[in-house]
Write a protein that binds this ligand. Structure first.
Ligand SMILES: [Mg+2]
Length: 376
């Protein structure tokens, strides 16, 4: 039996060429915690965590190394459950701090993904084959329209039209940071620039309360919008999303900030959202993302994970009925420089699809020179 022999974490930080913001936050750099799990029979698996604060996430991975070392390296459910169990009260009083739950769930996710990579490598098969999926191209769309200081309001229109020129047939625009009038102007300009045949999603980064969001939705209805993503403030719940869904014909998307399957389940079961965007690289890993995908599939909700197309393509491929798409960056050198540089090998994005390779595990190779250069 193959056992977990070591867990290491490599923090990586790359400054953005131009700082940018969304409705939610300003970013000057991109970061990732690369998690490496090694087995006693010589397999190395890799997981990636895109959560912050990076230092805290890395500390939890290091702490959890002591917990999982010696466990069966193929028993990813056992490892996940053991770590998750530490987050609830225990008779010995050893429950982990509540305030650190997001970073703890992120760290669990990193180790979990490395164990999936190991599982594939041990079987000599890609992860999508472990799930019974075919090697077919997985649909992807391009995200852009981040707000850059000094840029004109409708710069996003040319930018997203450029993604279409590069082969994407769906694009997603960041919205919600400007006034509603200015946002409608950005969306109108973008729709005009990309033309009528291209799908347009709006990522609102939780910009509005319910009445304002209903007003926004009505204002953008003429522009043929595929979804409103994270439309409501962070504290609003499935019942609020259900009210929004009743007030607009535009489908809703949500899930990238949910840290377990249990809250994701409630959004899915509410009937309010048409797309679930649970992100294995932010929280809880591939095991939890797979559980969420099964819940979504049972409810006819479309699976469209946030970020990390090279990883989430394995998940979406396994759901031919409800696997909708993965997210790509339209200008990855600007908005996603870590993923752009980190992988010497990975699934390739072209023609609005992710094309998976047949390499075992997640089909990625780490460029260690990049890790050395940008190690934090
Ligand atoms: Mg989003």
């Amino acid at each position: 039996m193959s056992r977990i022999a070591a867990v290491r974490v490599y923090p990586i930080v790359v400054p953005l060429r131009r700082a940018h913001r969304t409705a939610h936050e300003t970013r000057a750099d991109a970061s990732m915690a690369l998690v490496e799990v090694r087995t006693d029979d010589g397999i190395a698996g890799y997981g990636q965590v895109s959560s912050t604060p990076l230092k805290d996430v890395c500390e939890w991975v290091t702490r959890f190394a002591e917990v999982v070392t010696g466990m069966d390296a193929l028993a990813y459910v056992a490892a996940w459950d053991k770590l998750f169990g530490l987050t609830s009260p225990r008779v010995d009083g050893g429950g982990l701090p509540r305030g650190a739950r997001p970073q703890i769930m992120a760290a669990i996710g990193g180790i979990d993904m490395a164990l999936w990579d190991i599982q594939g490598k041990a079987a000599g098969a890609p992860v999508f084959r472990l799930l019974g999926a075919e090697n077919k191209p997985v649909y992807t769309y391009a995200t852009g329209g981040y707000y850059v200081e000094g840029e004109k309001l409708t710069a996003c229109a040319d930018e997203l039209a450029g993604f279409v020129a590069n082969g994407f047939t769906s694009v997603k625009l960041k919205t919600g940071a400007a006034s509603m009038k200015d946002e409608v102007a950005r969306i109108r300009a973008t729709r005009e620039a990309i033309g009528p045949g291209v799908s347009l999603m709006l990522d609102m980064n939780a910009a509005y309360d319910l009445p304002a969001c209903i007003e926004f939705a009505r204002a953008v209805e003429p522009y043929d919008i595929v979804w409103l993503e994270e439309p409501l403030h962070w504290y609003l719940q499935p019942a609020d999303f259900a009210r929004l869904a009743q007030a607009t014909p535009i489908p809703l998307a949500h899930g990238e900030r949910e840290i377990t399957r249990f809250t994701a389940r409630d959004f899915i079961a509410s009937g309010a959202i048409r797309y679930i965007q649970f992100d294995a690289t932010r929280y809880a890993g591939f095991t939890e993302a797979l559980r969420v995908a099964h819940i979504a599939d049972e409810h006819g909700v479309m699976i469209s994970p946030h970020h990390a197309p090279e990883l989430h393509c394995h998940l979406v491929a396994a759901f031919p009925r409800t696997g909708f798409a993965v997210e790509s960056h339209g200008a990855p050198e600007d908005s996603d420089p870590v993923s752009t540089g980190l992988f010497a090998e990975r699934a390739q994005v072209r023609d609005s699809h992710v094309h998976m390779n047949e390499k075992p595990g997640f089909g990625i190779e780490v460029d260690w020179d990049f890790v050395k250069k940008h190690g934090a």
